[in-house]
Write a protein that binds this ligand. Structure first.
Ligand SMILES: [Zn+2]
Length: 422
């Protein structure tokens, strides 16, 4: 089995503990041993990488991935109807760009096309295409009745009768396609249609049926939920991931805390920030009303997230990257926003993107930490992200990207030494 020794590095192991000088031995696709301080690992026959004082961290995990939104830092894709084949190729490209920027895993928050996403997941897993380990999702199911006109999004559940059969059929169809999770858009969203974030789209019975069908099929449940009412409803029905989670009331906060070992919350701050600071057209929409709402929401998140954090709820970076103004490749910006806006330390935000990332992938016992037995998804960083987490947004600072024990980006030649003879 091929062995690689990475030496002369500062190791941030993902746990949140301070980095320590040491070396790491990789055997096959897993970490074999980790040495701390002056201790040397027996590495006869191993190829050696001299980290020259760089920082070694676990691969990053994107918790709110939309590979099918299509835009990447090197290629902006503007909205027009494209063929399924073209979309699949665009999606494969965005997966590669995500990996180029240090994200070795991605938890999908909604596919453009579930069949394309499961196919891509399997191609990547088999090593045929470059990309992050992928947990594939359904498309994002809204609850608009079949009669709704195209311009009429986010119809309140009160304006239609329950349709349990369609919900169940959706989950079963997605299970047949082979997704890992299904996503329900449980509330509207102000950033898309003004004044809809508090509009509840589903009946209680429908979500109960969704949960039962998902349990039976072994699928995880993800919710897009802004309002307290929606948050409580999805918690009641055993949803695992809550995106946004913007307006929990005291009762919802207590419910979130009571379920903190079972759930994940991804506030999705990146797009919110981009709408305000990086999209010149956003302010023009709705005579600036949408912009004012986005600013108020970001202020609110700045107060809410420290409360959720203090209650021990697992909060993960991941911010709807893939639009022209926040293309894939910028995903690490969310880590910086967690520090700047939510009071996380760099170690906390990095641990959320690695250790908690492994947990949201359902692989917490083998992904997200640099520990013996863990999968060798490792990044060698030029510099110290614990000092400046923003440097993770610069692909050039990734001197080495290793996924599953193999180089996606090999370290520079002068840092590599061939194996010592056995
Ligand atoms: Zn999303």
């Amino acid at each position: 089995m091929p062995r690689t020794l990475i030496t002369n590095v500062s190791i941030f192991d993902g746990s949140g503990a301070l980095p320590f000088p040491g070396e790491v031995l990789i055997e096959g696709n897993r970490v074999k041993a980790v040495a701390n301080g002056g201790e040397r690992l027996a590495a006869v026959g191993a190829a050696v990488v001299d980290g020259e004082g760089g920082t070694l961290i676990p691969g990053l995990v994107e918790s709110h991935a939309h590979l099918g939104f299509g835009s990447a830092v090197d290629r902006v894709v503007r909205g027009r109807v494209r063929s399924a084949a073209e979309m699949l190729l665009i999606t494969a490209h965005t997966a590669k760009v995500m990996l180029d920027h240090g994200f070795t895993s991605a938890y999908s928050a909604g596919a453009h096309d579930a069949s394309a996403e499961t196919a891509l997941r399997d191609e990547i897993a088999a090593g045929w295409l470059p990309g992050p380990r992928l947990r594939a999702c359904s498309f994002e199911r809204e609850a608009a009745p079949a009669t709704a006109s195209p311009g009429r999004r986010y119809v309140s559940f009160e304006q239609r009768s329950p349709d349990v059969g369609s919900v169940r059929a959706f989950v079963n169809e997605m299970a047949r396609i082979g997704v890992d999770s299904v996503k329900f858009v449980v509330t509207g969203d102000n950033s898309i249609v003004p004044n809809t974030s508090l509009v509840l789209l589903y009946h209680d019975d429908e979500l109960a049926a969704a949960a039962a069908a998902a349990r039976e099929a072994g699928l995880w449940l993800n919710a897009h939920a802004h309002s307290a009412e929606a948050i409580k409803l999805v918690l009641k029905h055993g949803f695992r991931v809550i995106y946004h989670c913007t307006w929990p009331d005291e009762e919802a906060l207590d419910m979130l805390e009571a379920r903190k070992h079972e759930i994940f919350v991804a506030p999705t701050v990146g797009l919110n920030w981009t709408n305000i600071h990086a999209d010149p057209d956003y302010a023009k929409r709705d005579n600036g009303g949408a912009l004012r709402e986005q600013i108020a929401k970001l202020d609110h998140l700045g107060e809410l997230l420290p409360v959720l954090h203090k209650r021990g709820i697992r909060l993960l970076p991941g911010g709807d990257y893939g639009f022209p103004t926040n293309p894939i490749g910028r995903n690490a910006h969310d880590l910086e926003l967690f520090v700047k806006l939510f009071g996380f330390t760099p170690a906390e935000t990095l641990s959320a993107a690695t250790k908690l990332g492994g947990e949201i992938m359902g692989m917490g016992d083998e992904l997200g930490l640099i520990r013996p037995g863990y999968l060798a998804d490792l990044l060698l960083i030029d510099g110290d992200p614990l000092h400046d987490v923003a440097l993770l947004q610069n692909a050039e600072r990734y001197l080495m990207i290793m996924k599953d024990g193999k180089y996606h980006k090999a370290p520079p030649r002068h840092r590599q030494r061939s194996a010592e003879p056995a």
